[in-house]
Design a protein around this ligand. Structure first.
Ligand SMILES: [Zn+2]
Length: 244
């Protein structure tokens, strides 16, 4: 019986050590998650530029930004934003194709920003939590934006849970559709008016044009792009492209 004592203690110490490892592992995991969550808020312009270029490659590979269309941006600081230079091919983006603008849309480095810069700045002004905006011209977004006049309502899709704040019971999400307009200031004003009177919006369509969506990181915005694309496809397949 005496010989069993050390075994018992050894077992006890082993368990104790295991618990400590487990506890340390949990804290480390929380620390890493916290670092990941807040890391995007302290990125330099160069880091944002590379992250946006990478997003461009992903969206181009999926056929969402054909023929130099689409534009992307990130909030670098209170008066500094990273945004794609006008007319660049999104499948070949490098950090050099991303430029810096101030909160008024003025270039800080002599390059020419996307023609739709005003739409990005409206969103950054309206929602302080937005850090990244992605705008694409996917086939499904373009098609579905011409099938409805002013809004598209998704209901009873499990995937709606991908968007924060969507009531899991109601499972309903409204996506406004604005008429295409080359006057970006006027279009931004319409978006502003809609957002002032509607619950949190996660994206909007411009008819015959494409989708704007956004998030607190590139990863989140890409997730919304993917969720919207899936939902657009579902609605198109249910209704048929030619029906109204
Ligand atoms: Zn566009």
């Amino acid at each position: 019986m005496v010989a069993e004592e050390p075994v018992k203690y050894e077992y006890f110490y082993r368990c104790e050590a295991g618990t400590n490892y487990l506890r340390a592992g949990l804290w480390y995991s929380l620390f890493v998650r916290k670092q990941r969550y807040f890391s995007h808020m302290h990125r330099t312009f160069e880091e944002w530029a590379q992250a946006l270029a990478n997003a461009g490659h992903i969206l181009y590979a999926q056929g969402m930004v054909p023929a130099t269309s689409g534009n992307f941006s990130a909030r670098v600081g209170p008066d500094c934003f990273a945004i794609t230079v006008s007319g660049r091919h999104k499948g070949h983006l490098t950090a050099d194709d991303i430029m810096q603008i101030d909160a008024e849309g003025r270039a800080l480095d002599g390059k020419r920003p996307s023609a739709e810069t005003g739409l990005h700045l409206q969103l950054y002004r309206h929602v302080p939590g937005i850090h990244v905006i992605l705008h694409h011209h996917s086939l499904y977004a373009t098609l579905i934006s011409q099938m409805f006049t002013d809004r598209l309502v998704f209901a009873d899709y499990e995937l709606l849970k991908a968007f924060p704040g969507v009531d899991p019971q109601a499972t309903r999400l409204e996506v406004p559709i604005f008429a295409n307009d080359q006057d970006i200031t006027r279009l931004a004003q319409k978006v502003e008016e809609y957002m002032n009177t509607h619950p949190p919006v996660h994206g909007y369509l411009i008819a015959g044009h494409g989708l704007y969506t956004w998030g607190d990181s590139v990863e989140t915005a890409l997730k919304y792009v993917e969720a919207f694309e899936f939902l657009f496809r579902c609605e198109l397949m249910k209704r048929g492209v030619k029906s109204q």
